[in-house]
Design a protein around this ligand. Structure first.
Ligand code: RIB
Ligand code: CA
Length: 319
């Protein structure tokens, strides 16, 4: 069954790969591609997102700009990981493709409330746009059946530490207030966090580059981005969130209440999962309306990488 999605990105390197995985997957139809400040400025995120689609020859996916700053604090980018332009310093020329008029949080609300049936939310950046949409129309948290987010570090595997601080993952750390709005809303969420995305078995190795051809479309960019991301571990954080939609059986899920630390001078941005066995009775953040978050606690790294390479190793193979 074709799954209609809204994909919210802060295009950087792995967001670009996630976008390409989504557009090359016949199981998915991107109803709206919304952009948010994160890895780099909103202006660069928008430019990168349009360039990725343009290189791939995709003209029928509407792109929208969103928030250019987190809900409360100032933006702090990740250009040290993604390059100054957010796309491995490829410094691509300005795209001829243009964004649509429309503000991402408004588009998220419209698409969910348009009566055309279920829409799945996939977020691969800070949750600022989604939080703004929920604040505008709280009912969307009850209408959406599935939100898959790349984000969080839950200490549920030995890989589940933070990547910005010892305890916080970038997408949450960048806008923890937004993350709290989303978790507090009870929006049914699957969290693909660092617990699985930094599993070495699911990370790119230099030997994988041989399987990435330059046979057209955005392939030269794919190869460049994969090579660049090897510098910071070869982690395919955002493509893994899309992979959850394509093959959920790649993952083991455990369900726990989650809250976000906003005030700790050392722990701000930490996602705290109450994994104590008695949590269903504990009062820590659990309530029927908040629900619990489905957290990925294991991934079949080999099968994930095979999916990634099958779809992104070559544009012809993906066709
Ligand atoms: O922590 C990894 C996440 O932060 C990824 O989504 C990456 O693109 C950055 O946004
Ligand atoms: Ca991202």
């Amino acid at each position: 069954m074709l799954r209609r999605i809204i994909l919210d990105v802060d295009t950087g390197i792995d967001d670009a790969l996630a976008i390409l995985l989504a557009v090359r997957s016949p199981e998915i139809k991107i109803d709206a591609l919304t952009t948010v400040v994160g890895n780099v400025s909103l202006e660069k995120v928008l430019r990168n997102t349009l360039n990725v689609l343009q290189l791939e020859g995709v003209k029928d996916v509407p792109v929208y700009g969103g928030l250019s700053t987190p809900l409360v604090v100032k933006p702090r980018d990740a250009s040290v990981v993604h390059g100054g332009d957010g796309l491995a310093d490829t410094n691509l020329p300005a795209p001829s493709l243009r964004a649509e008029a429309g503000f991402a949080p408004d588009i998220i609300c419209e698409r969910i409330l348009d009566g055309r049936g279920d829409v799945t939310l996939v977020t691969t950046g800070p949750l600022t746009n989604l939080a703004a949409a929920i604040l505008k129309e709280p009912v969307i948290a009850k209408k959406v059946k599935l939100h898959v987010m790349m984000g969080g570090a839950f200490f549920l595997t030995k890989y589940g530490q933070g990547n910005v601080t010892p305890v916080s993952e970038f997408n949450i750390w960048h806008d923890p207030e937004a993350a709290k709005v989303v978790f507090d809303s009870g929006l049914p969420t699957v969290a693909v966090g660092l617990d699985v995305t930094t599993d070495p078995a699911a990370s790119l190795k230099r030997s994988d580059l041989a399987g990435i051809s330059n046979d057209g479309g955005a392939q030269p960019l794919v190869r460049r981005l994969c090579e660049y991301c090897l510098k910071s571990g070869g982690y395919l954080h955002d493509p893994m969130a899309v992979a959850y939609l394509l093959k959920p059986d790649l993952f083991t899920i455990e369900e726990f209440p989650v809250d976000v630390e906003l005030h700790g001078s050392i722990t701000r941005g930490q996602t705290v999962a109450d994994s104590r066995s008695r949590w269903r009775k504990s009062h820590f953040q659990w309530s029927p309306e908040r629900g619990a978050v489905k957290i990925c606690t294991k991934v079949d790294g080999g099968r994930f990488l095979k999916l990634f390479m099958d779809r992104l190793g070559s544009v012809s193979r993906a066709a």
